[in-house]
Ligand binder design. Structure first.
Ligand code: HEM
Length: 500
C-alpha cells in the first residue's frame, strides 16, 4: 500500500515539475496545478464562459493546461483567421482525443488527419459546392413545407407549441434526404425505427460535446478505455457529466447508429447504379470502390455517414431554435422580416428562393446576429499544431491543443457596439458589417456543410415567418440563457404559433 502511495506521490511531483517548467516565450496564462493543470478553472458547466473570463484577463492569445495537455486559446477574429488561413500548414490538424478516436475510428472527416482527412474532404467538398446545394432547394423546401403543415395542425388548438421538436426534424430530414433519400415522419408521436437512430445520434453528439478528463490527465491514461474513464468521473470539473450507466448508453448509441447505417449501406450497395448516384452515400460507395491507394474503406463509408447526421443535425436545429426565440422576443424584427419576404412572393403565394436569396438582407442579418450572440459551437472543434511555430511573438510547440474561441470573438467590444444586445440592425455599421461569419470556422478545416446549413436555415426562417406569427406565451421574455454544455442550446420553451 505504502509503495502505491509513494508511486502516486512521485507521479504528482513529476507532473507538477513538468507543468512548472513553462514553455519559454509561451503565451501568458494561469498557473497550473499538479495533475489537473487549469482544468479546475473550467468548472462552470459552460466552458466558453470560463475561457471568456480568461480572455478578459490574459488577452487574445493565452495558454492553459488541460491536465497535462498544453493548450493555446485564440480569442479574436483576426488572430483566429491569421492562424487558420495564413498559417494553415501549422494549425489545420484536428486534435484527436481518445474519445473522438473511439467514436470516429480515425476514419471520418471530422476526427482524422493526413491522407484519410484529405481524401474524405475532397469527396465531401464536391458534394457541397454552392451550386450543388442550390440545386437541393426543392428537396429542402419540400421538407420544410411538410413540417410546417404538421405544426399548423398542432397549433390550431391555440395551445403553445414545443417547436424544438419540429426544428430538429427539419434539420435531421435535410441531412437524411441528402445522405439516403429517406425521411422521418414529422408528426409528434408517430414513431418509426428512425426515432431510434435520431435518439442514438443525439447521445453520441452529447458525448462528443462534453469534455473528458481522461483525455487530458496522465494518471487516467493507463485506463484510456472509456468505461474506466467514466468510473473515474471528475464530476466537479463538469467536463464529464457522465456515469458508467451513461457509458453503456454511449456504447449502445454507437452500436445503434452503426446498425442502422450498415443496413442502409448494404441496401445501397445492392441497388447502386454507378452512372446515376442517388445520394451522398452512393457517391461515397463509388469513391471507395474506385479507390486504389488502400486508405478509404467500408469503415470510412460508415463513419462519414455518421458524421453527416451528427454534425449536420443539431447545429442547424440549434440555429433555427435560437432564431425562433429571438423572433418571439423581438417581434419588431419578425415583422421586418415578414415584410421583406412578402415583397418576393409571386401571385401563387410562393417564392423562388434561388432568385431572392441574395436580396433578403434583413433576414440574413437576423441570422448573422443569432450566430454572433449564440455561436452554436462556441469553441469550435479542437485543432492541433502539426509543427512548432512562433505566432504573434509567442512560441507554440508542436502538438499543442488549439482552441479557436468564437464566443469571445463575438463579444469583442473593440468590434461590436453593446456586444450583449441582440441587434440585427448593427450590420448597417461599416465595421460590424465587414466582420466575417465566425460560426463555421476558417481555412481548410472550415465546416464542410456550411453552404447547406446557410441555405437550409434561411429557407426555414423565411418559410416559418411567411406562414406563421410566432409569439411568446406571456409578456415575459423567453429565457435567453444557454443550457449547460459545450454547444449552445436553448433552455426548454414553448411559443404560440398563429397562421398569418
Ligand atoms: C449551423 C450549422 C453548422 C455549424 C454552426 C457548424 C459548425 C462547424 C464548426 C465550427 C466546425 C469546425 C471547424 C474547424 O475545425 O475549424 C465544423 C466542422 C464540420 N462540419 Fe459543421 N456546422 C454546421 C452544419 C453542418 C452541416 C449541415 C454538416 C453536414 C451535413 C456539417 C458537417 C461538418 C463536418 C463533417 C465537419 C468537419 C470538417 C473537417 O474536419 O474537415 N456541419 N462545423
Amino acid at each position: 500500500m505504502d509503495i502505491i502511495i509513494a508511486i502516486i506521490l512521485c507521479i504528482i511531483l513529476i507532473t507538477f515539475l513538468h507543468l512548472k517548467k513553462r514553455i519559454p516565450f509561451s503565451a501568458p496564462g494561469p498557473t497550473p496545478l499538479p495533475i489537473i493543470g487549469n482544468l479546475h478553472l473550467i468548472d462552470k458547466g459552460k466552458p466558453q464562459y470560463a475561457l471568456h473570463n480568461l480572455y478578459l484577463k490574459y488577452g487574445n492569445i493565452y495558454s492553459l493546461w488541460m491536465g497535462s495537455v498544453y493548450a493555446v486559446v485564440l480569442s479574436e477574429t483576426d488572430i483566429i483567421q491569421d492562424a487558420l488561413v495564413n498559417h494553415s500548414d501549422v494549425f489545420s490538424d484536428r486534435y484527436i482525443t481518445p474519445l473522438s478516436a473511439i467514436v470516429g475510428q480515425l476514419k471520418d472527416l471530422g476526427f482524422s488527419n493526413g491522407d484519410t482527412w484529405s481524401m474524405c474532404r475532397a469527396i465531401w467538398a464536391s458534394a457541397f459546392t454552392r451550386s450543388k446545394v442550390l440545386q437541393m432547394e426543392k428537396t429542402l423546401t419540400n421538407n420544410i413545407i411538410k413540417c410546417l403543415d404538421v405544426i399548423e395542425k398542432e397549433s390550431e388548438s391555440g395551445e403553445p407549441v414545443n417547436i424544438r421538436y419540429y426544428v430538429k426534424k427539419i434539420a435531421f430530414n435535410a441531412v437524411f434526404q441528402l445522405l439516403l433519400s429517406n425521411e422521418a415522419p414529422y408528426e409528434l408521436g408517430k414513431s418509426n425505427d428512425l426515432d431510434d437512430l435520431i435518439h442514438a445520434t443525439d447521445e453520441v453528439a452529447k458525448w462528443m460535446s462534453h469534455g473528458n478528463p481522461g483525455d487530458f490527465i496522465p494518471l487516467l491514461k493507463p485506463f484510456s478505455n472509456v468505461k474506466i474513464i467514466c468510473i473515474l468521473n471528475f464530476k466537479k470539473l463538469n467536463l464529464l457529466i457522465s456515469t458508467p450507466i451513461q457509458f453503456t448508453n454511449l456504447q449502445n448509441a454507437i452500436d445503434c447508429v452503426n446498425r442502422h447505417l450498415n443496413k442502409y449501406i448494404q441496401e445501397h450497395k445492392d441497388t447502386i447504379d454507378p452512372n446515376n448516384p442517388r445520394n451522398f452515400m452512393d457517391n461515397f460507395i463509388l469513391e471507395v470502390e474506385n479507390h486504389k491507394e488502400g486508405i478509404l474503406d467500408d469503415v470510412c463509408i460508415l463513419k462519414n455517414s455518421s458524421d453527416f447526421i451528427i454534425a449536420g443535425t443539431d447545429t442547424t436545429a440549434s440555429t433555427i431554435d435560437w432564431s425562433i426565440v429571438f423572433l418571439a422576443n423581438y417581434p419588431e424584427y419578425q415583422e421586418m422580416i415578414h415584410k421583406e419576404i412578402t415583397i418576393f412572393e409571386n401571385g401563387n403565394n410562393e417564392f423562388n428562393f434561388t432568385n431572392m436569396r441574395t436580396s433578403l438582407h434583413i433576414t440574413q442579418n437576423f441570422i448573422k446576429e443569432v450566430w454572433r450572440l449564440r455561436p452554436i459551437v462556441p469553441l469550435s472543434l479542437p485543432h492541433r499544431t502539426s509543427k512548432e511555430i512562433v505566432f504573434h511573438d509567442y512560441f507554440i510547440p508542436k502538438d499543442t491543443l488549439i482552441f479557436t474561441n468564437f464566443f469571445s470573438a463575438s463579444l469583442n467590444e473593440k468590434i461590436w457596439k453593446d456586444p450583449y444586445v441582440f441587434n440585427p440592425m448593427r450590420y448597417s455599421n461599416k465595421v460590424e458589417a465587414s466582420q466575417p461569419t465566425l460560426v463555421f470556422g476558417f481555412g481548410p478545416r472550415k465546416c464542410v456543410g456550411n453552404n447547406l446549413a446557410e441555405v437550409n436555415i434561411l429557407l426555414a426562417i423565411a418559410h416559418i415567418v411567411k406562414r406563421f406569427k410566432i409569439e411568446r406565451v406571456s409578456d415575459e421574455m423567453i429565457d435567453e440563457n444557454v443550457q449547460i454544455g459545450l454547444t449552445m442550446d436553448t433552455l426548454p420553451y414553448k411559443v404560440i404559433v398563429t397562421k398569418r
